[in-house]
Design a protein around this ligand. Structure first.
Ligand code: MV4
Length: 501
């Protein structure tokens, strides 16, 4: 009962997620259209697509974020559908509407669902009606200072002031005492106005030491909604997730089932169709509270794919075509455990300062149970204009311990030169006792991470590696052409560590 067949998909994104979407399109036999800024002329996503269109200069505000440029490329190419990926225009309701108005299928939720969940107070009202548990707080924006202060006292300190137009931690302020309330609320309103052009704020009780656990949902156009279990994303810094896993080691089957039902209810309450994520905070007693719903495919979706065996992009495309889900909730089961590490060009020894630059070497790991989603390749550049992610590394194991051991092995094998990366940080976490125990909270990095504990790169080892590379090539008796074309790069640092040790 498929309503429309998609034949050509324009991917309105770049980097690893554009590559990931193109791959599934090819498997489904769909033609692909890439778009690129001047900085991305030679990027992997451009080469991998069937055709590619320039959409402007490097800054995303002049390229990937401009609806008209994307729609023009769609018209020129004859694409019949647009996949927005994550970030950029993915949660822009006006863009989703503009696609449909131009006769293009937007591979994502209806504009109305994006809008409802984008306004965090509207989302809280919907969740209240749907009976989804939330942190105590206001379901409407608060305006009057004195009334708001009374509400804060009723809720009980500490309270959190959040921006109605915010999300993902943007525009959040903790208030510890009644004395600080008025001052903090005025600052929060001003900040929200400046950041979002919308100064409305609301209040929530501040949940101490929570875990961040989110449920993946899928909804088809026929009223079927299922959840694909949860991802735990508690290991973050500055609201940026670094390590995610599925399932969460904290949930019991009973709590998982209750949270899954709540997530499905949340999706139903806003008429959701396509893939979405319902975020919860979970406290130490496994009470859970709705936070927000993300109306896009998420960065960390590979861990869900690993434990369910479903290709989420293929599911999104089928749903957009009007096909019914091919399974019921009862037919979905968890298989094993998956961990994802995000490899960023950032310096973990220097407050995770972004460090864009050229990848002189990029030799990611592979082998059984290892998946790499990379958006940059050796010789390519991590651009200053965009997110500094190099790749996502996902491992699967029959048990959590196996997935974690496999991740530790894969991180050791991962060889990057040219930019500092978050790999040493991820190694630190994989080896940490609290992580191995599954003792996680959103305070994990603050509680446990000490940059001094990172194993610094050893310049002597690098020199030894360079010498070894020369000897290795000499022993192989290379031809003149091989010598001319050989990259002057050392073998893996990991190999060197083994030889040295
Ligand atoms: C909270 C909270 C504690 N109590 N809400 C940050 C991102 C946004 N989705 C919600 N966030 C939080 N909301 C209440 N009522 C703590 C956070 C929070 C957080 C949440 C998930 C992951 C990391 C975090 C880091 C700091 C604060």
């Amino acid at each position: 009962m498929t309503h429309r067949r998609i034949q050509k998909v324009l991917i309105a994104n770049r980097g690893e997620i554009a590559v990931r979407i193109i791959r599934t399109c090819r498997e489904l036999g769909l033609a692909t259209v890439a778009v690129f800024s001047d900085a991305d002329r030679t990027a992997p996503h451009v080469r991998l697509a069937d055709e590619a269109y320039r959409i402007g200069p490097a800054p995303s505000a002049l390229s990937y974020l401009v609806p008209e440029k994307i729609l023009e490329a769609a018209r020129k190419s004859g694409a019949d559908a647009i996949h927005p990926g994550y970030g950029f225009l993915s949660e822009n309701a006006d863009f989703a509407e503009a696609c449909e108005a131009a006769g293009l299928c937007f591979i994502g939720p209806p504009a109305a669902a994006i809008r409802a969940m984008g306004d965090k107070t509207a989302a809280r009202r919907l969740m209240e009606e749907a009976g989804v548990p939330m942190a105590p707080g206001t379901t409407d924006a608060v305006e009057d200072l004195e009334a708001a202060a009374r509400l804060a006292a009723e809720i009980g300190y500490p309270v959190l002031i959040k921006a109605a137009a915010g999300g993902g931690g943007k525009g959040m302020r903790i208030v510890e005492t009644p004395e600080a309330f008025a001052r903090t609320m005025e600052a929060a309103q001003r900040e929200a106005q400046a950041a979002f052009g919308d100064g409305r704020v609301f209040l929530e009780k501040y949940i101490l030491r929570p875990r961040h656990i989110e449920f993946q949902i899928l909804a088809d156009a026929h009223g079927n909604v299922v959840h694909l279990f949860e991802r735990e994303c508690s290991i973050q810094r500055r609201h940026q997730k670094v390590i995610e896993e599925a399932p969460s080691s904290a949930l019991t089957p009973e709590v998982r089932a209750r949270m899954g039902r709540a997530a499905v209810q949340a999706a139903r309450s806003c008429g959701y169709v396509n893939a979405g994520t319902v975020e919860f905070l979970v406290d130490e007693d496994l009470n859970f509270y709705f936070m927000e719903m993300n109306t896009r495919l998420q960065v960390e979706h590979p861990v869900t794919e690993a434990v369910t065996g479903l290709d989420l992009v293929a599911e999104q495309i089928r749903i957009a075509e009007g096909a019914p889900l091919g399974y019921t909730q009862a037919e979905l089961t968890l298989h094993g455990h998956a961990v994802e590490c995000r490899v960023y060009a950032e310096d973990p020894a220097n407050d995770f300062l972004p460090a864009p630059g050229r990848l002189l070497r990029h030799a990611p790991p592979d082998g059984f149970g290892v998946r790499v989603d990379a958006g940059v390749e050796q010789g390519g550049e991590v651009q200053i204009h965009y997110d500094p992610m190099i790749a996502k590394l996902t491992t699967w194991g029959r048990t959590r311990a196996e997935a974690v051991r496999r991740m530790a092995r894969a991180l050791d094998e991962y060889d990057v030169a040219g930019v500092p990366t978050t790999i040493p940080f991820c190694r630190f976490v994989m080896a940490h006792e609290a992580f191995r125990r599954g003792d996680l909270s959103t305070h994990f990095v603050a509680d446990h991470f000490d940059p001094a504990a990172l194993t610094p790169d050893d310049p002597a080892l690098d020199r030894a590696a360079a010498v070894a590379a020369v000897l290795y090539r000499a022993a192989e008796a290379p031809t003149a052409a091989e010598v001319r074309d050989a990259p002057a790069l050392p073998p893996s640092r990991w190999q060197m560590r083994r030889w040295a040790g």
